[in-house]
Write a protein that binds this ligand. Structure first.
Ligand code: XMP
Length: 230
């Protein structure tokens, strides 16, 4: 009798981070290689869509820096670049906390804007930033994010270009931080839940990040999902 052919698992096995990160980072969710591949294909899509247009890339500080630098170097087309600074401070409702720390300087009126952010989560940040940009009357605004966490969406907002759709993990690396750390990891990793309680870091977290971590902690055992490229 023929031996049954073992089925290939479609679930991607989570990778261990390099040894020196293992206490803080639970797993590598998206490797450096996969990110590089995906950034290349996003750049190709963007070049196609904006060919011949007067493109202004507007990136949100600070989480986009690594993704943006890689994406920019893959775009072989004329473009201009500007930044908007957004931070969330204090208590109260999430949207009321949003503070603009750097305003746009370039004129985007009548131009094509590509708004770039690290992660689309509840959608409140990009919803507000897009509303602000719309008042400047650009020709169109498209949104590009490295990561999309649709399970936590509160605002009706859809990104036009998404690197990876991920489940509700608190992720760090490749620009994303926890108390301003881990931005320099070359991969996207899942923060070790032990770190949520680290007394050195907690005072440095914004109210928004604390709530986000609480939500992730509540869901931790029930979520068995995997990230997938768009
Ligand atoms: P909203 O909820 O407004 O959030 O879409 C977007 C901003 O929230 C931060 N954010 C995260 N930062 N790991 C992080 O380091 C995460 O898992 C995460 N989820 C949301 C981030 O600053 C993003 O721009």
């Amino acid at each position: 009798m023929d031996k049954p052919v073992p089925k290939k698992s479609t679930k991607r096995r989570s990778q261990q981070p390099p040894p020196h990160w293992r206490k803080e980072i639970e797993s590598v969710l998206i490797s450096q290689e996969r990110i590089a591949q995906r950034v290349r294909s996003l750049a190709r899509q963007i070049e196609k869509e904006f060919a011949g247009r007067d493109l202004v890339i507007v990136a949100l500080l600070n989480g986009t820096v690594v993704f943006l630098a890689d994406l920019l170097r893959r775009l072989s087309m004329p473009l201009r670049l500007d930044f908007i600074g957004v931070s969330s401070y204090g208590g109260g409702t999430e949207s009321a906390e949003l503070v603009f720390t750097k305003e746009l300087r370039l004129d985007v009126s009548g131009r094509d804007v590509l708004l770039v952010d690290d992660i689309l989560d509840t959608g409140q940040t990009l919803f507000r930033v897009r509303a602000k940009l719309r008042r400047l009357r650009p020709r169109q605004i498209k949104i590009c994010v490295l990561l999309d966490k649709p399970s936590r969406r509160v605002e009706q907002i859809v990104a036009d270009y998404v690197g990876f759709t991920i489940p509700n993990h608190f992720v760090v690396g490749y620009g994303l931080d926890y108390a301003e750390r881990y931005r320099n990891l070359p991969f996207v990793g899942v923060l070790h839940p032990e770190m949520y309680k680290n007394p050195d870091f907690i005072p440095l977290l914004s109210a928004k990040k604390r709530r986000l971590l609480q939500g992730v902690e509540d869901e931790l055992d029930s979520d068995g999902g995997q990230e997938k490229p768009e």
